[in-house]
Design a protein around this ligand. Structure first.
Ligand SMILES: [Zn+2]
Length: 111
């Protein structure tokens, strides 16, 4: 009887483990996407990793301010707000094999 419970425990444990691994994979994928790595499958022709950056376009631009940490001469930290310009960029990605296009919008700081 004890052996069966142990086996059930192991199976449940493994199931839980698989769910966690899947969750971590999803997180990693989302994280990679943020940095522009695409491992997407084209919805039209099912080609894998076939997207290339086709064009970028600035569609909006606005002035805003951001918080920066500053160290004063006495070594103290001080918060300061400085002006900066942000742009909303449209990245158009295109499938190499069927020309399917999609775009994402990203806000970036103008440097
Ligand atoms: Zn395609």
């Amino acid at each position: 009887m004890d052996a069966i419970i142990t086996i059930i425990g192991i199976i449940l444990g493994l199931g839980f483990f698989v769910i966690i691994i899947e969750f971590i994979c999803k997180l990693i994928k989302r994280f990679l996407k943020l940095f522009g790595f695409f491992c997407e499958i084209c919805p039209k022709c099912n080609a894998k990793d076939s997207f290339k950056l086709d064009s970028t376009k600035i569609i909006d631009r606005y002035n805003t301010s951001k918080k920066v940490d500053e160290r004063t001469a006495t070594g103290k930290r001080r918060e300061r707000h400085i002006k900066c310009t942000k742009v909303v960029k449209k990245y158009v990605y295109c499938c190499r094999s069927c020309n399917y296009k999609y775009y994402i919008e990203r806000t970036e700081e103008l440097t």
